[in-house]
Write a protein that binds this ligand. Sequence first.
Ligand code: GDP
Ligand code: ADP
Length: 191
Amino acid sequence: MDSLPTSGRLTVITGPSGVGKGTLVAGLLQRHPALWLSVSATTRTPRPGEIDGQHYFFLSRPDFEAQVAGGGFLEWAEFAGHLYGTPRAPVEAQLAQGRPVLLEIELEGARQVRRTFPAAFQLLIKPPSFEELERRIRGRGTDSEEAIGRRLARARQELTAEAEFDAVLVNADLDAALRELELLLGFCDAV
Ligand SMILES: Nc1nc2c(ncn2[C@@H]2O[C@H](COP(=O)(O)OP(=O)(O)O)[C@@H](O)[C@H]2O)c(=O)[nH]1
Ligand SMILES: Nc1ncnc2c1ncn2[C@@H]1O[C@H](COP(=O)(O)OP(=O)(O)O)[C@@H](O)[C@H]1O
């Protein structure tokens, strides 16, 4: 259950909003607590139930921009009108300790990491169909109509980038997708 991944210690998980990245990553962390998930910074407002420092570090735009200027982010990007970034120091500290690190980030950030960490394993999560993606975003019930529209528009772009990734995983049945994710990350005893 807790053998460490054999394929690269930095893993980047990307995929359109609502595809199930958060759900899959939560399942993975539950099964493999040795994995370390980076907590991003964002300028968007917290959703109900989201906790500062746990789901995100919620920053004002000036504070976020100050961190950008200071080189504090490993990567950062604008998504649906808000800024998102990966704090650099904790990721570097975890990697230095030999711990496998997960980043759950959007496409532009994944592209930046590809340049700075070419050895990272990059995975794209896809929905079984665009209609199902829209159902999931709406079903989650966390976003305004405007936010949903922006996320769906961005999803169309992200889904055209498939060829850039080391692997593509379709999140249709959740349990099957979770098992496939474990195998892709090198948890060999997952079958
Ligand atoms: N580049 C980048 N993208 C991020 C980061 N953190 C989260 N994201 C992405 O930002 C997008 C929006 O995230 P969020 O507002 O939580 O919405 P959700 O994906 O619909 O749950 C998603 O594609 C996340 O993967 C980050 O640190 N950097
Ligand atoms: N395989 C799946 N089948 C059906 N619903 C799913 C599946 N995976 C995730 N979901 C649901 O889809 C919604 C969006 O999932 P979430 O993990 O928040 O997506 P993301 O982090 O990619 O934005 C949630 O309501 C979640 O419970």
